[in-house]
Design a protein. Structure first.
Length: 323
């Protein structure tokens, strides 16, 4: 199993391009907080990025930055310049907008901006593991980045059938490449389970847990499977993943159960068995503690969000009695 591929597939990652900025010095842009990640690519010139808490990042041609929590931020060549506030960032039109701003003085800069969206917030832990600001500096093998963005710009230039889907898929490819680049830069103990999947001992353990979350995994059993003693395995797992094996197994089971509740019509008792619980009562109690809703109410809410018809209501009544 490719753990990263599984998680990315389940979160329903998407996105699109929003703006193409053509900027003449002095210039100053303000972008509001958004409930999704924003990315910015400096295709020419340079820019200074600043967040509200004062952190500043210098960007040059070929750099890409991802504001993973959607925090409000500004870009500028001169912060004293009157800011252009980008209020209509979620405009109804799907057309890729070109915005010209600033003076006539060189150096001129151009910047492409877009977003990454997650339609299953429950599985947004991939984004949560990333730093608030993820900067990828231009590298000698960075041609992939320019190629993807160039294709996205050309796709946005003309309205054609399937444009929204094409842009969403291209954005997904862009995010995967960004994620790969970030993972390759991590040191030991960084990035939670994303960083740990490349470890020769913990990576295989994570794969075992993801492939069979229902199994009664123990420290001794997992350690033996990956060639480590119980204590050494426990310490290494906690250090690299950032949580104990027991907690990770429970979170994995709860994520799998939530996915099955949303995407299948299996009974709650059947789902409980599939994720390692002998009784629906034990499963429902832990699920409610973890997600703040009974399995039945969770399923009903997610189906309503997705526009799918509800079940007959019997499972909702049963799971509520088990709370």
């Amino acid at each position: 199993m490719d753990i990263l591929a599984q998680m990315l597939d389940r979160i329903r990652l998407g996105g699109t391009l929003l703006f193409h900025f053509e900027l003449g010095h002095p210039w100053h842009l303000e972008l509001p907080a958004r409930p999704y990640a924003l990315f910015h690519y400096v295709s020419r010139g340079s820019a200074t990025l600043a967040l509200e808490r004062g952190q500043e990042t210098q960007m040059t041609e070929g750099d890409l930055v991802v504001i993973t929590r959607g925090e409000p931020h500004v870009f500028y060549s001169d912060r004293r310049a009157k800011p252009l506030r980008i209020i209509d960032i979620d405009r109804a039109s799907s057309r890729f907008g070109v915005i010209r701003h600033g003076g006539r003085v060189k150096p001129r800069s151009t910047m492409i901006c877009g977003n990454f969206t997650v339609s299953r917030p429950l599985f947004g832990s991939v984004l949560e593991l990333l730093p608030p600001v993820l900067l990828l500096k231009r590298t000698t093998d960075g041609g992939w980045l320019e190629a993807i963005l160039r294709r996205m710009v050309s796709e946005s230039a003309l309205e054609r059938p399937g444009q929204r889907v094409a842009l969403s898929k291209l954005t997904e490819v862009l995010f995967v490449e960004v994620l790969r680049s970030w993972i390759s830069s991590l040191g030991p103990g960084q990035g939670g389970w994303l960083g740990a999947i490349s470890d020769p001992h913990i990576g295989p353990a994570l794969k075992l847990i993801h492939e069979n979350p229902e199994r009664p995994w123990t420290l001794s059993g997992l350690g033996r499977r990956v060639g480590l003693g119980r204590s050494a395995f426990s310490a290494r797992f906690t250090k690299l993943v950032g949580k104990s094996v027991q907690r990770y197994v429970i979170e994995r089971r709860m994520a799998e159960a939530a996915f099955l509740l949303e995407t299948s019509d299996e009974s709650i008792a059947r789902i409980a068995s599939q994720v390692g619980y002998e009784t629906a009562a034990a499963f429902s109690k832990l699920f409610h503690r973890h997600h703040g809703q009974s399995p039945g109410r969770y399923r009903a809410a997610r189906r309503a969000d997705a526009g799918r018809p509800p079940l007959d209501g019997s499972e909702l009544q049963i799971s509520d009695r088990l709370r």
